[in-house]
Design a protein around this ligand. Structure first.
Ligand SMILES: [Zn+2]
Ligand SMILES: [Zn+2]
Length: 305
């Protein structure tokens, strides 16, 4: 593993690293200078390297896009909210080298004070950037997500949270209680329930540690990456399927202070841990609902183990 930072001549360093690519280049930047990088990409395409590029769908890129060769797979993304910028600047080469930092791959960038960090051979790091790369594509391409309603009490957005009970019976049926929860104040209402079959096993909701392995070689980590992508896409597709009540997130009630409770007899406290959320709302729906806020205690009281 080799990590270094660079503050000068960043553009030529990036070009040098890109030209070393043998299989794949994934770039995620807000803006890109086609005059500078177009010829580099053409040389890579000529030797069979696959190039995927995420950048902003805006006029700054339109002017320079004509210099990008057509063989690149491009994802022009458009913010749905004006304050939500896609502000990443990273690149993954051959699933093993990560470039990231303040440097914009755009026209004016060579004159300003910038940095890049280059990490070679840290496959877990490469994996997390690859996840972000494909999460961003799903986030921006997913148009089928349904619209969130407003909370009747505070007008903030509210999402439907499914809480799974234990599975039972021949078909591993589990009851899913669905709560609408608002983002700002966590006002909550029990809006209904559904029954799902085999859902935990089918979706792999129980085995989040399944892919934690000690083999950190490139092949093992990238095999884990592809399994994780499949699971993410399977869960997303499952919950976007037609059902009478939409589910935007899935959670469990989990103990907050298990160790203190066991060791010191402190009263056990719980919170709602959200284990899956619709990719489309990943910036809106929190990862945990804490006790004592809004109506969270009502959810906990009904579902605590
Ligand atoms: Zn509310
Ligand atoms: Zn209920």
């Amino acid at each position: 593993m080799n990590v270094y930072a660079q503050f000068e001549e960043i553009e030529s360093e990036i070009k040098r690293l890109l030209l070393d690519a043998n299989q794949s280049v994934r770039i995620c930047v807000a803006w890109i200078n086609g005059q500078v990088f177009g010829p580099v990409f053409q040389r890579l395409l000529d030797k069979g390297v696959q190039i995927e590029l995420i950048c902003n769908d805006d006029p700054v890129n339109d002017g320079t896009a004509m210099h990008l060769p057509p063989g690149i797979k491009r994802y022009a993304i458009r913010s749905r909210i004006s304050t939500a910028l896609m502000h990443n600047k990273f690149c993954v080469i051959d699933e093993e080298t990560v470039l990231t930092g303040s440097y914009n791959w755009s026209k004016k960038a060579p004159l300003s004070f910038e940095n890049i960090v280059v990490a070679k051979g840290d496959f877990l790091l490469a994996k997390s950037f690859l996840h972000e790369f494909y999460d961003l594509i799903s986030f921006y391409e997913n148009k089928s997500a349904d619209k969130l309603q407003r909370c009747p009490s505070c007008r903030s957005l509210q999402f439907n949270l499914g809480i799974f009970g234990n599975e039972s019976g021949l078909y591993n049926e589990s009851k899913v209680d669905i709560w609408s929860v608002c983002v700002a104040k966590h006002h909550a209402h029990h809006v209904g329930e559904q029954y799902e079959q085999f859902v935990r096993a089918q979706l792999g909701l129980d085995d989040e540690h399944e892919y934690e392995c000690n083999d950190l070689d490139k092949e093992s980590v990238m095999a884990a990456f592809r399994r994780e992508r499949q699971r993410i896409e399977r869960i997303q597709a499952y919950f976007l399927g037609h059902r009478s009540l939409s589910i935007h997130a899935v959670g469990w009630v989990v103990p907050d202070n298990f160790n203190e409770h066991i060791e010191w007899g402190v009263e056990q406290r719980f919170s709602v841990r959200i284990k899956w959320r619709d990719m489309y709302y990943r910036k809106v729906i929190p990862s945990r609902l804490h006790h004592g806020i809004g109506d969270v205690d009502r959810i906990i009281a009904e579902h605590q183990p």
